[in-house]
Design a protein around this ligand. Sequence first.
Ligand SMILES: Cc1cc2nc3c(=O)[nH]c(=O)nc-3n(C[C@H](O)[C@H](O)[C@H](O)COP(=O)(O)O)c2cc1C
Length: 187
Amino acid sequence: MTRILGISGSLRRDSHNTSLLRAAAEAAGPDVQLELYAGLKEVPPYDEDDDVHPRPASVARLNAAIAKADAVLFATPEYNASIPGHLKNAIDWVSRPVATNVLRNKPVAVVGASIGAFGAAWAQAELRKVLAALGARVLDFELPVPRCHTLFEEGELTDEEIRAGLAEAVVALAGESRAREHAKAVA
Ligand SMILES: Cc1cc2nc3c(=O)[nH]c(=O)nc-3n(C[C@H](O)[C@H](O)[C@H](O)COP(=O)(O)O)c2cc1C
């Protein structure tokens, strides 16, 4: 069983990005479990003075959830042509200490939805850049979901092409995490 953690970059209740992750969980095969992370709003602003042992409980929880997962699927909205601040803030917390950060060598993929025409493509690119800087195994994969407000009915995805894209991301993440386990086993 491959465990994928889904992290939405949107905190709002009716978020299209969170709905995308729910659709990805539904699209996952029986050998993949995709769980959504729910505690991003509790993560405080990063302050190096607070980055001492024990870390804030919300940060420790996020760190443990990522550590436990075989792979992470991010769904990010685009805020002013970039990643939402609270998502970057959460990643800044888990990026320390950088040499042993919990995202290092972790297979990750990024998708994203926006109400505009470009489907959060810039935010996805920025998030991939940040994750690569931390040493994550960032899949060469992009799923721009433009005009996302037209693609859901009561939170349910109605677009089959996007659903297929989400399934592809999940399959690729599962494959990458199996390859990583295999490489570790033979090392
Ligand atoms: C602060 C803020 C900045 C935004 N900036 C952009 C932007 O640069 N590009 C874009 O396509 N949409 C932008 N949007 C609109 C988002 O695409 C839209 O709110 C989207 O639904 C957010 O995703 P969610 O449904 O998962 O919350 C912005 C929204 C907010 C609140």
